[in-house]
Design a binder for this molecule. Structure first.
Ligand code: ADP
Ligand code: ZN
Length: 735
């Protein structure tokens, strides 16, 4: 029986510490157990990461208490956390935070009761009228409960219990401890497996073989154009894993975790609905806690979720699916800065399970891995029933502007195309990758751009309240009527946002039903779903939106997608800008023509000859891949090298820059010549929240080697107190 436990303290990024396990706890403390341990004069929470027969810690103290009787972290997940710490260059405890989320750690949540609001009886018509007159907010609450049909958690009501008091007094609602087993998504009608076409059947065979004999299998890259039936392959693969008595994880990008997506999975597994867990980011803390424990205790066999679901504590994994594997949202932008796809591949290897990465536009890194034999490539080259790929046409905005003399939001060609859809009773999506009324205020005389004083990014003009705002720090000020620099009255918005597009559309098509969908209009909970429902029900003719509408949605009646300005995002200080634009155009195009009618895509751009636009136009992933690879290889960018981005930030410019330079020097000494250590430079977002930021890029053949060198150099460096260093291995977010 091991006598000692090595633990990681929740609150510290330091090395693990040893404690003696008191006699009565000897057979109850395991690797992965949660414990309380004395630390100086306090008692703190910690996780056991190792049990030992001996310890050479002088004066080793006793553990204070065992928190849960059951080890909360499985050994495999602990190994996964160790690997992440090593690979992504972060403290082990930081990596463990991904595996064992804070809500699960807080020992209190287990015992904390949650309060629910229940409807006792519906109001009479008279009562309703009276309440509506005297307390309109109460009517909202009542309607909410009526619509929900089940008790709703108190935490969901703004104002909490005080706001409900009036309704409680009337005996209409009650607040109490009521744990209801409810499925927030409701009931699902079962759906049947479809008969696969030949390519799908071949792909499924590869997946099933990998599930049956994972040791012989490589991760599978399923490259299939949008609408080629990848999801059907996942669904039948999942069924195969379940039939073999195994469990599975399906990762989808946060933005694609729509009710439609969830329904597709839930209805296929309607027979075991209770065993399908969905990990939404908007679950309440309590719901998250419940779902996690349900999974941990074996109550769920399929977990569907975004990035962090890769750490779902399932046992006996048979299959991990990463849909839209190229999506950037799989990369976490705070420590641990992991990429869920790469963690999936590693977890798959640790657990001995099949891994399927699916995409219409695989990341260059993934396609490279397939080409070099690290992954197995499986193609689904055609759309289901050989439906045509949507026709993509490029509209040259330069010509349009020359003819009209001023920037047009909607070109004549796009207007005509919308007109045809309206006449035919079909729907249109207009896509713009930017929020707000317009991007920036630019002086037409001197070129001055209104910038955030804290963040050095352009401020966004919001017409609603005539203010300009910073999207990073929230700074807001009144929009100037004259240029602050040269006093010219010609200062105006340079680009345009979804709001402006919406306005233009309404002006040109006054009779059309138009709705805008972006982060601003979708802030209210539930509005996203409402809008999609209305669009589905064809109560909206034209949907205007940001990337929110770009992905994963399926509307057969949409036959036109307009990309209002493809140049946004194409000219950034980022070597992946072209790849992102290609992916975006392809994904957006995939929204058109999902039904019987053929789809059409119109792309408006100032740079029609750009390869990302041209290859997207011809649905030519391979062509794009070849051209883009050449550029990446020539300049030594990933996938031909590994890239690590170090950000040094601090309030004092000189000290921050000096630290970045010292770091660069030490790294050059520590690393072999094959690793290029760049010169520190101000980041594209040089100031965020009054902090200066410097970037330092590392490129070399091996990420772990750079990671380890960084760890030891940083450990030996005494940083000035207010300076922080962030290490991002395989960085994707370069601003
Ligand atoms: P992807 O995930 O590659 O975009 P989907 O799996 O969503 O493609 O399939 C696109 C459409 O084709 C869906 O409506 C789906 O129900 C349908 N579909 C997929 N496979 C088949 C099949 N074998 N037979 C008939 N319809 C199919
Ligand atoms: Zn700011």
């Amino acid at each position: 029986m091991p006598e000692f436990a090595r633990v990681l303290l929740d609150q510290s990024a330091g090395k693990p510490l040893d404690y003696r396990i008191p006699e009565p706890l000897r057979d109850r403390v395991f690797v992965g157990s949660r414990v309380r341990v004395p630390l100086r004069t306090r008692v703190v929470l910690a996780t056991v990461v190792e049990t030992l027969a001996t310890s050479d810690t002088p004066g080793v103290r006793d553990l204070a208490e065992l928190v849960n009787d059951d080890a909360l972290v499985r050994p495999t997940l602990l190994r996964l956390a160790r690997w992440m710490a090593d690979y992504y260059c972060c403290p082990e405890e930081t990596a463990l935070r991904a595996v064992l989320p804070v809500v699960i750690r807080k020992a209190e949540v287990t015992h904390k009761e949650r309060l629910f609001v229940s409807l006792e009886r519906p109001p009479t018509a008279d009562e309703r009228a009276e309440i509506a007159r005297r307390a309109p907010r109460q009517i909202e609450t009542l309607d909410r409960l009526l619509a929900a049909g089940v008790p709703v958690e108190l935490a969901e009501f703004p104002g909490g219990r005080a706001a409900l008091r009036g309704l409680e007094k009337r005996g209409l609602v009650s607040v109490g401890l009521q744990r209801v087993a409810r499925d927030p998504e409701g009931q699902y009608l079962p759906s049947q497996d479809l008969t696969l076409n030949a390519e799908q059947a071949a792909a499924l065979q590869v997946v099933c073989d990998a599930i049956d004999d994972p040791s012989a299998a490589k991760p599978i890259l399923l490259h299939g154009v949008t609408g080629s039936g990848k999801t059907e392959v996942y669904l039948q693969g999942l069924r195969h894993a379940l039939a073999a008595g195994k469990s599975a994880i399906v990762l989808v990008p946060e933005i694609s975790l729509t009710p439609q997506t969830v329904e597709r999975f839930k209805s296929r597994f309607a027979d075991i609905q209770g065993q399908v867990a969905v990990l939404h980011s908007h679950l309440s803390e309590g719901e998250r806690h419940d779902e996690w424990h349900k999974i941990h205790s074996g109550g769920a066999r399929i977990v569907i979720g975004a990035r962090s679901a890769i750490f779902a504590p399932l046992e006996n994994l048979g299959l991990i699916v990463v849909d839209e594997e190229h999506e950037n949202s799989y990369k976490q932008d705070e420590a641990p800065r992991y990429h869920a796809r790469d963690v999936a591949v590693y977890r798959g290897a640790l657990e001995g399970c099949a891994v399927v990465l699916g995409s219409a536009t695989p990341a260059l890194e993934s396609f490279h891995n397939a080409r070099t034999g690290k992954y197995r490539l499986v193609d689904l080259p055609a759309r289901i029933d050989d439906r045509d790929m949507p026709l993509i046409r490029v509209v040259d905005l330069r010509l349009q502007n020359r003819q009209k003399g001023q920037p047009q939001v909607l070109s004549a060609m796009l207007c005509a195309a919308i007109e045809r859809r309206l006449a035919a009773g079909q729907q249109t999506i207009l896509f713009l990758n930017r929020r707000g009324y317009s991007s920036a205020l630019m002086c037409q005389a001197c070129g001055h751009v209104a910038q955030c004083p804290n963040c050095s990014v352009a401020l966004t003009y919001h017409r609603d309240d005539e203010r300009i705002r910073c999207h990073l720090c929230g700074h807001a000020e009144r929009a100037p009527h004259k240029c602050p620099s040269c006093r010219d009255p010609g200062i105006r918005h340079a680009g345009f946002g979804t709001q402006k597009v919406e306005e233009s559309v309404r002006r040109v098509f006054p009779a059309a039903r138009v709705t805008r969908m972006d982060a601003d209009t979708m802030a209210r909970k539930g509005s996203y779903r409402d809008t999609l429902d209305q669009f589905q029900a064809r109560k909206i003719d034209i949907l205007v939106g940001t990337q929110m509408i770009a992905k994963g949605l399926h509307f057969p009646n949409v036959t036109l997608v307009g990309i209002v300005n493809a140049d946004i995002g194409l000219h950034m200080a980022d070597f992946r800008a072209g790849e992102r634009t290609f992916q975006l155009l392809t994904q957006v195009a995939g929204r058109a023509g999902r039904g019987d009618a053929a789809g059409e895509v119109l792309v408006q751009t100032f740079t029609p000859a750009h390869p990302a636009i041209q290859h997207a136009r011809h649905h030519d992933f391979l062509g794009f891949w070849e051209q883009e690879s050449e550029f990446r290889r020539a300049f030594g960018h990933p996938p031909f090298a590994r890239f690590v981005l170090v950000t040094v930030r601090g309030e004092n410019l000189e000290r921050t820059e000096f630290t970045a330079q010292t770091l660069a020097r030490r790294l050059r000494e520590a690393l072999p010549a094959e690793v290029t250590v760049g010169d520190p430079a101000p980041a594209p977002l040089a100031r965020v929240k009054s902090e200066h930021r410097f970037h330092l890029g590392l490129r070399g053949p091996s990420a772990p080697r750079m990671s380890r060198a960084l760890r030891s150099v940083l450990a030996a460096l005494t940083l000035p107190r207010e300076i922080r260093v962030a290490v991002d291995v395989d960085a994707l977010h370069l601003l």
